[in-house]
Design a protein around this ligand. Structure first.
Ligand code: ZN
Length: 160
């Protein structure tokens, strides 16, 4: 299978966590909604893609219709681990709703919940960019990255 220039540029922007089930985090541009942007050149000019959707396309070969949302089971907006398999952190549409329901029922299983849910849009984007910047600066340094994902860092300056 040949690799397109867009795909070749894409993967180096992603840092995978060290554990088997860790997130794969986007380190490129982050939009004001807190989600990534991947810019590609098309015949019509520059176009911004959602990195998680592009990852899903590359990994599954499936182009999702625009109305089908990809939803994070891990709650980390920068995560692009969209393998389409059991180890995926992103699920299309209703399947994701079902998984979310289940994760609500065992709420404590998800340490990321309080940091990434119920926060305002501006904070959401700021948190994403803080995580992205830390990844670019330190790589996946457990002592830096894990607290930024889960929020369990008593020493972190209060930015928000
Ligand atoms: Zn994830």
């Amino acid at each position: 299978m040949s690799v397109s220039p867009d795909e070749a540029r894409f993967w180096p922007k992603i840092i995978k966590g060290p554990r088997t089930n860790d997130c794969w985090l986007w380190t490129g541009a982050v939009g004001d909604d807190g989600y990534g942007r991947y810019w590609i050149k098309t015949a019509g000019g520059q176009q911004a893609l959602r990195p998680q959707r592009f990852a899903y396309l590359l990994l599954t070969g499936e182009q999702l219709p625009a109305e089908i949302k990809l939803m994070h089971s891990c709650d980390i907006p920068l995560c692009v681990r969209a393998t389409g398999g059991k180890d995926s952190h992103l699920y299309p549409g209703t399947q994701a709703d079902n998984l979310r329901d289940r994760s609500h029922k065992r709420r404590h299983a998800n340490a990321h919940t309080w940091r990434w849910r119920g926060t305002g849009r501006a904070n959401f984007a700021a948190q994403s960019r803080q995580l992205r910047d830390a990844l670019k600066e330190h790589g996946w340094d457990e002592s830096v990255i894990r607290p930024l994902m889960s929020g369990h860092d008593p020493n972190a300056p209060t930015l928000f």
